[in-house]
Design a protein around this ligand. Structure first.
Ligand SMILES: Cc1cc2nc3c(=O)[nH]c(=O)nc-3n(C[C@H](O)[C@H](O)[C@H](O)COP(=O)(O)O)c2cc1C
Length: 308
């Protein structure tokens, strides 16, 4: 997830409860390729390579890429393979206009031939390839879209159970997962099918997988403020001390692992961790105003000292 599951947050996940598979934030294959070409630099000096840094504790780890250009996708796929990733995921679900204007993200649902070419170029690197997509563009179109995807031979498909038009404005339609599973069983039984949307805890994930026949579940926002989610914990059973310790750890990791990134990116996490207790609003405002991890830690410690 962009600006969420960066290497700093993934380090928290690796510590508190690792998922069976971890995906990186989405990374532009065009960006990787053209930045290197323009500066005529070796891959290692490309500043965008920082988005592809990971540690062994995060394995199995899959790099999520996007592009509608087979050449840049093939380049990025080779790069990702060389970096030692365990797989490549292609984003075909992002509704952001800037991404769609490049023919990427959800726009791929409207250009199945291009989508197939992109899967083929990603596969040329020899790693397992998955696709993350939605159930349709303006309306649900699994009957057309899934067969087109399966024909490209991905190893796995993750379905965000909403259309592009629905953005995240309506509840995810888990009723559609059964239909997707039936299509998969008939057309491409070897392809793993994962469901995604609105799952906040492991019990819910397991129940939804059982009910729908999905091979797995991807949890996104359920990780916000709860890096223990994959260890089976819910937000309600995490103490204030644990939340603030995790946030502090995240802030320090963010500074050391993502030094070029603006500290304000952490605001999403501050909002998610600092909620649901007396004084949360005041503490949230105070932490939002901090500019570095040391400041954040001292404000969090001071709050804990007064609330004990
Ligand atoms: C802040 C944010 C960033 C996201 N970034 C990505 C991304 O980089 N790649 C991706 O496939 N999906 C991305 N998504 C979508 C999520 O992966 C997921 O499909 C969606 O939030 C629904 O699932 P959830 O209810 O489990 O969060 C993002 C969502 C949010 C809220």
């Amino acid at each position: 997830m962009a600006d969420v599951t960066d290497s700093a947050f993934r380090a928290l996940l690796a510590t508190y409860g690792k998922p069976d598979v971890t995906w990186t934030e989405f990374v532009s294959a065009d960006g990787l390729y053209h930045t290197r070409e323009k500066a005529k630099m070796p891959d290692e000096e490309n500043p965008l390579m920082r988005d592809l840094a990971f540690t062994e504790g995060e394995r199995p780890i899959v790099a999520q890429l996007f592009s509608s250009d087979s050449k840049t996708m093939a380049y990025a796929a080779q790069l990702v393979a060389r970096l030692g990733f365990d797989g490549i995921d292609i984003n075909m679900g992002c509704p952001d206009r800037a991404i769609e204007r490049q023919g990427c993200g959800s726009a791929m649902i409207k250009t199945p031939k291009v989508a197939q070419e992109i899967v083929a170029s990603a596969k040329s690197a020899g790693l397992p390839v998955s696709v993350k997509t939605r159930v349709g563009y303006s309306k649900e179109s699994l009957d057309e879209w899934l067969p087109a995807l399966f024909a490209a031979g991905p190893d796995a498909v993750t379905l965000h159970l909403r259309t592009r038009k629905e953005m995240s404005l309506v509840p995810a339609n888990w009723g559609l997962m059964q239909k997707a599973v039936a299509l998969r069983d008939a057309l491409a039984p070897e392809v793993l099918l994962l469901g995604n949307g609105d799952v906040t805890n492991l019990d819910d994930a397991r129940a939804k997988a059982r009910a729908s026949g999905a091979d797995g579940v991807m949890i996104g926002r359920g990780m916000f403020g709860n890096p223990w989610v994959f260890a089976g914990r819910t937000r309600e059973d995490i103490s204030l001390g644990e939340k603030l310790a995790a946030l502090t750890k995240l802030a320090h990791a963010f500074e050391s692992l993502r030094p070029a990134k603006n500290f304000s990116i952490l605001k999403k996490h501050i909002k998610a961790f600092v909620t649901g207790f007396d004084g949360a609003a005041e503490l949230r405002a105070a932490l939002m105003a901090t500019e570095n991890a040391v400041q954040l830690e001292s404000k969090a410690q001071a709050f804990l000292a007064t609330s004990a």
